[in-house]
Design a protein around this ligand. Structure first.
Ligand SMILES: [Zn+2]
Length: 200
């Protein structure tokens, strides 16, 4: 049974050239970007619009990370929340901000589906956490993180991560995040540049 499930999982991410040749490309997704307009095309997915303000901020960070990497010669596939096709890349990140019903009860977090993604998550935690003042939740602290829908469309030879950059419903975190958007994009760019060039 387990073997059958594994082969189904592999088949799900198998993809035809030229759409997804194995490469050292990275894929960057902006959480909730393009919604709600794109939701009608993907009725099998929950149309999660994100926390207040999130949809405006994720593309800013994703675009800056993309700019940072392209300027340094890295090929980037930049996607919104809903996209077609399957991609084989070296690394993938999906950028989000969190929201909480009780403000300031959460902070930054990282999601991934495979144990092999954990070293990249540790690296991001060290890099971002060096300057981000509000700490991290445990990895995969919600099932939305470990079973993020877009993981099914990406085969990452190194790592695929959801990066929740902080809690927008917490005024102190919101203020910090909004005043560091370019830095956040550049930090993600630095992280991906290092992953792409590492021999992993
Ligand atoms: Zn989100």
């Amino acid at each position: 049974m387990r073997r059958m499930l594994a082969s189904i999982a592999i088949a799900m991410v198998a993809c035809a050239r030229p759409a997804c040749a194995v490469s050292d490309e990275v894929l960057i997704g902006a959480g909730h970007e393009g919604r709600p307009q794109s939701c009608a095309r993907y009725p099998h997915r929950a149309c999660n619009l994100g926390t207040a303000g999130e949809r405006a901020l994720t593309p800013v960070v994703a675009d800056e990370a993309t700019r940072y990497l392209r300027e340094r010669g890295v090929r980037v596939i930049r996607v919104p929340a809903d996209f077609d096709g399957r991609f084989a890349v070296k690394d993938a990140v999906f950028i989000h901000f969190d929201g909480s019903a009780s403000p300031c009860s959460s902070t930054a977090s990282i999601g991934y589906h495979r144990r092999s993604d954990a070293p990249a998550a540790r690296m991001w935690r060290a890099l971002y956490g060096h300057d981000w003042p509000f700490g991290f939740e445990p990895d995969n602290f919600t099932s939305n993180l470990s079973d993020y829908y877009a993981f099914r469309q990406v085969r990452a030879s190194d790592a695929a991560l959801v990066l929740e950059l902080g809690e927008l419903t917490c005024p102190a975190q919101h203020a910090w995040l909004e005043s560091h958007l370019k830095w956040e994009g550049d930090e993600i760019g630095r992280f991906l540049l290092e992953r792409v060039h590492a021999d992993v």
